[in-house]
Design a protein around this ligand. Structure first.
Ligand code: HEC
Length: 103
């Protein structure tokens, strides 16, 4: 049991150390900037508004990471966001965390 716990800990630490750090460059790389900007509404909602809306939601990063990959409508209006299938799970989570930190 102890061995298992220390393995899990090691793995967690490794994955934190190795996780992708999202930045505005990543949003450009995936072309999110075509529809989103930091502070102005384009085709999609601005990151600032998204960060504000989910400020008190501890599960927001995971929810948004899923939404980035699967797309959908209804959270901000009827305009749908197309699924962003090129984004890896790791990048989606890193990007979601980044967006939630935009002020
Ligand atoms: C074709 C335009 C378009 C592109 C490209 C696009 N989005 Fe969106 N995005 C939207 C629209 C429209 C919405 C609002 C959807 C809704 O109302 O549920 C949205 C919503 C979101 C939300 C908020 C979701 C929620 O449920 O509150 C996040 C986060 C987001 N986009 C991130 C991204 C990221 C990251 C990328 C690039 C990998 C991206 N978007 C690419 C149009 C786009």
């Amino acid at each position: 049991m102890q061995k298992f716990v220390s393995l899990v800990l090691k793995f967690t630490m490794l994955s934190i150390a190795g996780s992708a750090v999202a930045s505005p460059e990543m949003l450009r790389k995936y072309n999110c900037t075509a529809c989103h900007s930091e502070d102005k509404k384009k085709y999609g909602p601005p990151y600032q508004q998204i960060a504000l809306r989910y400020a008190d939601d501890a599960a927001a990063a995971e929810k948004l990471a899923k939404k980035i990959k699967s797309g959908g409508a209804g959270a901000w209006g009827n305009t749908p966001m197309p699924p962003q299938t090129r984004v890896t799970d790791e990048d989606a989570l890193a990007i979601a965390q980044y967006i939630l930190s935009v002020k």
